[in-house]
Design a protein around this ligand. Structure first.
Ligand SMILES: Cc1cc2nc3c(=O)[nH]c(=O)nc-3n(C[C@H](O)[C@H](O)[C@H](O)COP(=O)(O)OP(=O)(O)OC[C@H]3O[C@@H](n4cnc5c(N)ncnc54)[C@H](O)[C@@H]3O)c2cc1C
Length: 394
C-alpha cells in the first residue's frame, strides 16, 4: 500500500522536502501518496519581501501558486487551514472538517507573528514579513518626507535575525535616491556587550558597513513595553521613550496556531516548536518531521530559510531511508552559508555546524566574504527560486 506522506504548509520547507521525496520515490520506484495541506494558495519567498517594500520587485516576483508545486511533484493539494494535529491517531484536521490520515507527517508551518504581545505594536508598526505588509510599507515609504525611521527588534531570536541589519543601509540608500533625509535607527533588544561576546566577527563587520553608509545609529539592549501610534512614541520597560516618524518592526515569534498548547511546543521557550538535529524527527513521534524555521532555535540553528532547506532534505532522506531500509545519504552539512544584502555590498555569513549531545547542533558563525557581487548572487538565487516554479510561458 502507498505510504501516505502529508506536508503541512506551502513554504520552502514543504517544497524542498516534497521535491526530494518525489524525485527519490520515482528513482527507487517507491509507492507514495503525497499531499500538501496549506492555507494560502501561494508559495512565497519571504526573503524577497524587502525588495517589494523598497520598490525593487513586484508581487509576482516573490510568489508562485502552490498548485504548481503540487502538479510538478505529483502531490494532492488541499487548500485549507490546519486546525489540529492528532499524532496519536496519525490525523490532521482542517477548518473545513477534512480529516487527513498519514504514515509520515512534515510539519512545515513556519512561525506565527505575535504582534499582539506588545500593546500598540500591531497598529503602529510597518513590516515586510508578509507580502501585504511589504506593500503597505512600500506605500508608507513613498509618502515619507524624511525624518527618523526606527527599525525595532523587540524579541530575539526572530525570523531572519540578519534582516534588520540588512535593511538599515537599504533604507538610507532608498531615501538618498529620493532626495530625502532619513536618520535610520536600529532599536534592538540584545545588549551590545552580548552581541559582541557571541557574534563579534559579524557585529564588527556589519557596524563597519553601516558606518561607511552613514546616517545609521544603533540603540541596543532596549526592552519594549508598548507603542503609542497616536503620538508616534515607543515606550520601553526602563521608562524611557523614543519618537519616530516611521516605525518598521520585526515580529515577535510564536508557534503556529495548530501547535499551541501541544506537546510539539519547546518547553524551554514556548515561542518555538521543538525538533531534533540532525534528522528533524519529532522527539516523541517517529513518524513526524519538523524541519520548519519556527523549530530551528530549539536545535541552536539560525531562525532562517537556509537551515530549513538543509533540514528539509535531511528529514526527507530520513523518511526515504525508513522506507528503503538504507541509511540516509544526504546528511546536514558541516557548514551553511547565509547571504545578506547590505545595500552597498553583500555579506556571506558562514555557520560551522557540529552535532552536540542531546539531539541539538552547535554552531559557530563568522564572516566568509564581503563583496558587492554577493548582492547579485542573492538576487539571482531569489529570482531563480520563484521563476523555477512558474511555467516557462509566464
Ligand atoms: C523579511 C524577511 C527576510 C528574510 N531573509 C532571509 C534570508 O536572507 N536568508 C534566509 O535564509 N532566510 C530569510 N528569511 C526567512 C525565510 O524566508 C524563512 O525562514 C522560510 O521562508 C521558512 O520557510 P518555512 O517553509 O519553514 O515557513 P513558511 O515559508 O512561513 O511557510 C509556512 C506555510 O505554512 C502555512 N500555514 C501556516 N499556518 C497554517 C495553518 N494553520 N494551516 C495551513 N497552512 C498554514 C503558510 O501559509 C505557509 O504556506 C527571511 C524572512 C523574511 C520575512
Amino acid at each position: 500500500m502507498a505510504k501516505r506522506i502529508v506536508f503541512l504548509g506551502g513554504g520552502a520547507c514543504t517544497l524542498v522536502a516534497l521535491r526530494r521525496i518525489a524525485e527519490e520515490a520515482r528513482h527507487f520506484k517507491l509507492d507514495v501518496d503525497l499531499t500538501i495541506v496549506t492555507a494560502d494558495e501561494y508559495h512565497y519567498f519571504p526573503a524577497f519581501f524587502p525588495d517589494v517594500a523598497l520598490g525593487e520587485a513586484e508581487p509576482d516576483d516573490v510568489r508562485a501558486p502552490v498548485r504548481n508545486i503540487a502538479e510538478r511533484y505529483g502531490a494532492k493539494l488541499i487548500l485549507d487551514k490546519v486546525t489540529e494535529i492528532k499524532p496519536d491517531e496519525r490525523l490532521v484536521v482542517t477548518a473545513k472538517g477534512e480529516r487527513i490520515g498519514y504514515d509520515y507527517l512534515f510539519i512545515c508551518l513556519g512561525t506565527r507573528y505575535a504582534w499582539e504581545r506588545y500593546p500598540g505594536l500591531r497598529e503602529a508598526a510597518l513590516h515586510n514579513y508578509t507580502l501585504d505588509g511589504a506593500l503597505k510599507l512600500r506605500e508608507a515609504l513613498a509618502e515619507f518626507k524624511g525624518g527618523d525611521i526606527v527599525v525595532l527588534v523587540p524579541e530575539f531570536p526572530h525570523r531572519c535575525p540578519g534582516y534588520p541589519f540588512e535593511v538599515l543601509g537599504r533604507l538610507v540608500l532608498y531615501a538618498r535616491r529620493r532626495g530625502i533625509k532619513a536618520n535610520v535607527k536600529l532599536v534592538h533588544v540584545v545588549p551590545m556587550q552580548m552581541a559582541l561576546e557571541h557574534l563579534y566577527d559579524l557585529a564588527v563587520t556589519w557596524h563597519r558597513i553601516h558606518q561607511e553608509i552613514g546616517d545609521i545609529e544603533y540603540i541596543m539592549g532596549k526592552k519594549l513595553e508598548r507603542v503609542d501610534p497616536n503620538t508616534k512614541t515607543i515606550h520601553f520597560q526602563d521608562g524611557e521613550t523614543m519618537k519616530y516618524d516611521l516605525l518598521i518592526a520585526a515580529p515577535p515569534p510564536d508557534v503556529p496556531e495548530p501547535l499551541k498548547g501541544t506537546e510539539f511546543v519547546w518547553k524551554q521557550d514556548p515561542r518555538f516548536i521543538e525538533t531534533t538535529f540532525p534528522t528533524f524527527r519529532s522527539r516523541k513521534y517517529d513518524d513526524v518531521f519538523i524541519p520548519t524555521d519556527g523549530a530551528m532555535p530549539s536545535v541552536n540553528l539560525p531562525f532562517a530559510g537556509v537551515p530549513v532547506h538543509y533540514a528539509a532534505v535531511a528529514a526527507a532522506d530520513t523518511v526515504l531511508s525508513d522506507m528503503i531500509g538504507v541509511k540516509a545519504n544526504i546528511a546536514f552539512p558541516d557548514n551553511i552559508t547565509i547571504v545578506l544584502d547590505f545595500g552597498t555590498t553583500g555579506v556571506l555569513v558562514v555557520f560551522d555546524v557540529k552535532q552536540a549531545p542531546g539531539g541539538v547542533a552547535q554552531t559557530k558563525p563568522y564572516i566568509g566574504l564581503t563583496h558587492p557581487w554577493i548582492k547579485l548572487i542573492k538576487y539571482s538565487f531569489y529570482k531563480g527560486w520563484i521563476d523555477a516554479l512558474k511555467p516557462v510561458s509566464e
